[in-house]
Design a protein around this ligand. Structure first.
Ligand code: ADP
Length: 413
């Protein structure tokens, strides 16, 4: 795994290029964040591989036991197109460290870096059959994995709808366990004491990072009434100046959406928002250049039952809401079927502590957003799924605990 990480480091620019070509992702971020993150993830779990151990248990006067943590077996991984490299390694690294073999299916839109990783794995000396990449479409290649009788577990990241299909297929085949990291509609709560400049930067980045094609996008932004007007002014100014264009241009902060299907879907949501009576503050249409580019779009005067507030759009579209009290903000933030992440911007420790304990979500970011780490568990609750990636939780889901029991004195039998 260390050698594999070294080879990725040697090919860093080429891998970042493949993901940009496939997904329209910013090359600058691929080079600075995605691929270095992959290298670090591999090294983190390589370090964990020889630190997996069970426990000794007292049991009773007659018996004692120890536990063996064994690899769960063959892990099928089905991953999405928004972070092709990151997703590959947050699944493969812990599974390999646990001693499992992996059948990885990249998304049909983004197979290139996955195939390159398979080639580098071979060069690193990963034995044949240990890390397998199968390209193909969801209903065929993906479904073959989730319904396979010889695959022992499925680790999935993608939409809630497909997560449900995978769980059904797992249940009706060999009852394999599943880990599902699904959709989100994450709230960002900004309180009156926030620095408006910093908060508006964070809110914009929260919904525009990776052109909004990110499961933890802070797509519902709640701002307290005392700073609302000034916040909106700054936010809209910055959104209008947000540089859209060629993902290989280092000045650009937003590339094209992944494909026509996604582009059309986002525009349909925007039209729906306008029909339902939301006020469009900026954006709302394709950017004036060739390709699947959409202007940063901000809606206000939204109601909690509107589709643009309820559904995951997976695009550069924000729903902005005003609140008075902390109780009201918590209630609205929790008014979603998802529970992936949430952000809070405040200088008050009391407010930060109260809100972080009151919101049902897998990750709470206080005065930051999109802060990930190899050791920090990530994954949601409610309809955002279950099972964590990263950290020891990310490793332990690929391990099975076996209890080995022996008599303490001479065997009673
Ligand atoms: P997104 O909404 O991010 O495109 P999807 O959930 O549609 O995500 O796809 C994520 C992954 O799931 C992709 O690799 C896709 O091929 C796969 N997939 C889609 N449909 C199925 C299915 N019925 N069974 C298994 N995998 C599927």
């Amino acid at each position: 795994m260390m050698k594999f990480a070294d080879l990725i480091e040697e090919n860093l620019e080429e891998l970042a290029t493949l993901d940009s070509l496939d997904a329209g992702k910013l090359f600058s971020l691929g080079k600075a964040i995605d691929i270095p993150g992959v290298i670090s993830c591999l090294r983190y779990y390589a370090g964990a591989a020889d630190k997996i151990h069970g426990r000794t248990l007292k049991m009773s006067r007659e018996f004692q036991a120890y536990t063996l943590l064994e690899p769960i077996g063959v892990v099928g991984s089905i991953i999405p197109w928004n972070f092709p490299s990151t997703m590959f390694f947050i699944k493969a690294s812990p599974a390999l460290a646990a001693g499992c073999t992996v059948v990885m299916k990249p998304a049909e839109q983004t197979p290139l870096s996955a195939l390159y990783y398979a080639h580098l794995a071979k060069m690193a000396g990963v034995p044949d059959g240990v890390l397998n990449v199968i390209t193909g479409f969801g209903p065929t290649a993906g479904a073959a994995i989730s319904s396979h009788m010889d695959i022992d577990m499925v680790s999935f990241t993608g939409s809630t709808e497909v997560g449900r299909e995978i769980m059904k297929a797992a249940a009706t085949s060999n009852l394999k366990p599943v880990a599902l990291e699904l959709g989100g509609k994450s709230p960002l709560l900004i309180f009156d004491d926030a620095d408006i400049d910093m908060a508006s930067d964070l809110a914009l980045l929260g919904v525009l990072y990776n052109k909004g094609e990110i499961c933890v996008a802070g797509s519902r932004v709640f701002v307290q009434e005392g700073i609302y007007d000034e916040f909106v002014k700054k936010l809209v100014e910055k959104a209008k100046a947000w540089p859209i264009g060629d993902p290989f241009d280092p000045q650009v902060r937003q590339g094209p959406q992944i494909d026509k299907a996604q582009f059309d879907k986002i525009l349909r949501y925007i039209e729906h928002g306008m029909r339902e009576g939301a006020t469009l503050l900026t954006g709302g249409k394709p950017a004036e250049r060739q390709g699947y580019y959409i202007e940063p779009t901000i809606f206000t005067d939204v109601k909690e039952d509107m589709l643009i507030v309820k559904d995951e759009i997976f695009g550069p579209v924000m729903a902005l809401m005003k609140f008075k009290t902390i109780e009201e903000a918590i209630k609205s933030a929790n008014n979603t079927r998802y529970g992936l992440a949430a952000g809070i911007v405040t200088k008050s420790l009391d407010v930060a502590n109260t809100v972080s304990r009151s919101i049902r979500a897998g990750t709470i970011w206080i005065n930051c957003y999109f802060a990930f780490g190899d050791d920090c568990p990530f994954g949601g609750c409610k309809m955002s799924g279950f099972g964590k990636d990263h950290g020891s939780e990310g490793l332990h889901k690929y391990l099975h605990t076996k209890s080995v029991v022996t008599p303490i004195y001479n065997s009673p039998w």
